[in-house]
Write a protein that binds this ligand. Structure first.
Ligand code: NAD
Ligand code: ZN
Length: 249
């Protein structure tokens, strides 16, 4: 299933009662590794090599191989109960779902209009002509080219470190909308190191919930009304219950 991307104008019309913000930890129980601690490793690769906006051209082959492997892996894993829970919340409540993940497990669980602030693994882009396209779970070959003829301008349509993230505008907008006492913000499986989620919650009166495996020095637990430690797939039910009580449906 391809990931459907919404435009900013479609996004601005939305008025969420529930805002869901996920990170790599939400897909960990499906078998996709997170960035581990401070080591900066992702599937045993240095993120500075495989996700660096300054040096990606120098590491072209490594990046091609790394993301080909990630795509192949993605075809072999399945959504877990947190992805299905989020899809269920989306059907019940006026909600917005934002993910830092480049996998498509939320969509495969039934979510729609997910904002992928760091791009999508199944898509490629050509920096020579600006074209983007979906290649599903297939490999990108060493000699494959964009329709414009470029070979070395083609890369995964994901945001590397040191690059602009155009979808952040939607994320900031969503966090600025879900701030009333009746609203609910659920943060799942993110260390807060790449995106400082706490900063977007300063002054928010919404019910704020965070679920991670363990404490992170980039997340201030005092800012949250509920702090749940444990596997996201196992806390899904508890999260559903807290949200349902708060939103009152
Ligand atoms: P992170 O790797 O920095 O932190 C992961 C967080 O998830 C930690 O706080 C950890 O306690 C928690 N966690 C780990 N296993 C969990 C589980 N089973 N249940 C609940 N929580 C769990 O992740 P991040 O903050 O999302 O930042 C990583 C960046 O790397 C993102 O920008 C993302 O684009 C990229 N990334 C994406 C994927 C993916 O698409 N699935 C995987 C790895 C990295
Ligand atoms: Zn091109």
């Amino acid at each position: 299933m391809g990931v459907q991307l919404t435009t900013l104008s479609e996004w601005l019309t939305k008025n969420p009662k529930l805002l869901v913000f996920t990170g790599a930890g939400s897909s960990a129980d499906s078998g996709i590794a997170t960035f581990r601690g401070d080591t900066g490793l992702w599937e045993n690769h240095d993120v500075d090599v495989v996700a660096n906006g300054y040096t990606w051209r120098d590491n072209f082959e490594k990046i091609r191989n790394f993301y080909n492997s990630r795509r192949t892996q993605l075809s072999t894993v399945s959504p877990n109960s947190i992805h299905y829970a989020i899809a269920d919340w989306q059907k019940r409540y006026d909600s917005l779902v934002i993910t830092q993940n480049i996998d498509d497990l939320l969509e495969r669980a039934g979510c729609t209009d997910v904002v992928h602030v760091h791009g999508v693994l199944t898509m490629m882009k050509c920096v020579a002509c600006g074209n983007t396209w979906d290649i599903g779970y297939t490999e990108w070959g060493a000699d494959d080219r964009c329709g414009c003829g470029s070979r070395k301008g083609v890369r995964p349509n994901v945001v590397f470190f040191n690059e602009d993230a155009p979808e952040y505008a939607k994320m900031y907008r969503a966090f600025s909308k879900a701030r009333d006492p009746n609203d609910c913000v659920v943060v799942i499986g993110t260390s807060g190191q790449v995106i400082a989620v706490d900063e977007m919650l300063i002054g928010s009166k919404a019910l704020k919930i965070v679920n991670n495996l363990e404490s992170s020095k980039y997340i201030n637990e005092n800012m949250y009304d509920s702090v749940l430690f444990g596997r996201a797939s196992e806390t899904a039910e508890q999260l559903s219950s807290i949200i349902s009580k708060h939103i009152g449906i």
